[in-house]
Write a protein that binds this ligand. Structure first.
Ligand code: PAP
Length: 345
């Protein structure tokens, strides 16, 4: 069994997170009850709402609707997350391309240790989410020591809005952000949430997007926080759009590699490494893998992994909303995004 320290060198890139757990550390989570009680008074004072599927409680914390269980995680993140200069965080609003960007960033950063065409590439045996620790999940679960024990460079994932990550993470490390047309995001979220509650009405999810109460919302403030940071610190925050990734994934992978400080070499160009990464992480390829067809996302989130690979396209909103609904959401978003140049074509 490899030890954590023997698993990677900085040149090799990140190691798949679940493999580090299997490497047998004795990291004991802090007691759950104590962590939740620590902030129970604060959580009780926050405005609250139910998530669209009626199953989880949301609290308005620092301007964002986050799950009540994530409030202690947000506080712990703000107080105790210590970024390393070579850390990379993949950030996104849910259902906006997280799984894809997790895979692309992991494959790009780890390409020396794991050539993307290789038969033993971790993404051929693991769901992309298993390769990256989910920050709020670890901080919620008292598992911060697992993050500390990870060899550098660490690659992590979060849905937390940037104002909650600041000042702890940015600009202490690099962040790659992906956003998506909120109409398609809403449709994707509905299909996902239905896996937990099959009778869920699309209109309920749609309203939660429009009024900003979808978990981690409002979506426009989430997007704008990272967009502004990408404008102010382009060397620290890379802002990507799902629709652009669909249009030209190879070009975006090159941009990602340049941002990460590891542009593709002439030899890699010659060898077709970019195309190999694109192919490895493509919707069709990932969807067909056993690791993505079987099992659940998390013991705490009993949704089958295949829920992450539904349609993988843009524009499916036309099949779910009336033209009136679409133009209502478009108008809300356009008003919020005015002057930024952000569009979702
Ligand atoms: P998460 O927030 O739960 O991690 P996330 O990965 O952000 O979910 O979003 C899932 C969406 O990304 C799904 O969209 P759909 O419901 O409209 O189909 C999923 O199909 C899409 N997706 C996942 N992997 C890929 C990929 N490799 N290429 C393109 N789209 C993908």
């Amino acid at each position: 069994m490899p030890t954590l320290s023997s698993m990677a060198t900085p040149e090799q890139g990140p190691v798949p997170f679940v493999d580090t757990l299997l490497a047998g550390t004795n990291l004991v989570p802090s007691p759950r009850q104590q962590r939740e009680e620590e902030h129970a008074d604060l959580v009780a004072t926050l405005p609250s709402a139910l998530e669209a599927n009626g199953l989880k409680k949301l609290c308005l914390y620092q301007g964002f609707w986050i799950r009540d269980i994530h409030v202690p995680a947000a506080i712990a993140l703000q107080r105790r997350f210590e970024p390393r200069p070579d850390d990379v965080i993949v950030a996104s609003f849910p259902k906006s391309g997280t799984t894809w960007l997790n895979a692309l960033t992991f494959a790009t950063m780890a390409r020396r240790a794991y050539p993307p065409a290789g038969a033993d590439h971790p993404l051929r045996r693991l769901n992309p989410h298993q390769c990256l620790p989910f920050l709020e999940g670890l901080f919620q679960g008292g598992r911060e020591a697992e993050l500390e024990a990870l060899p550098s460079p660490r690659l992590m994932n979060t849905h937390m809005p940037l104002p909650i990550m600041v000042p702890s993470a940015v600009p202490g490390c690099r962040v790659v952000y992906v956003c998506r047309d909120p109409k398609d995001m809403a449709v994707s979220a509905w299909h996902f949430l239905r896996r937990l509650r099959p009778d869920l009405d699309f209109a309920v999810v749609f309203e939660s997007v429009c009024d900003g109460t979808m978990a981690f919302g409002p979506v426009w403030d989430h997007v704008l926080g990272y967009w502004r940071a990408s404008m102010a610190m382009p060397d620290k925050v890379l802002f990507l759009r799902y629709e652009e990734l669909l249009r030209d994934p190879a070009e975006k992978v090159r941009k990602l590699a340049r941002f990460l400080g590891t542009p593709f070499s002439a030899a890699e160009d010659e060898a077709g490494t970019v195309d190999d990464i694109v192919q490895l992480c493509s919707f069709e390829h990932l969807k067909g893998l056993e690791a993505n067809k079987t099992g659940c996302l998390d013991p705490l989130l009993p949704v089958p992994r295949d829920a992450l690979f539904r349609n993988g396209a843009s524009g499916d909103w036309v099949n779910h909303m009336t033209p009136e609904m679409a133009s209502r959401l478009d108008k809300i978003v356009a008003d919020k995004m005015r002057g930024t140049g952000i569009t979702f074509q």
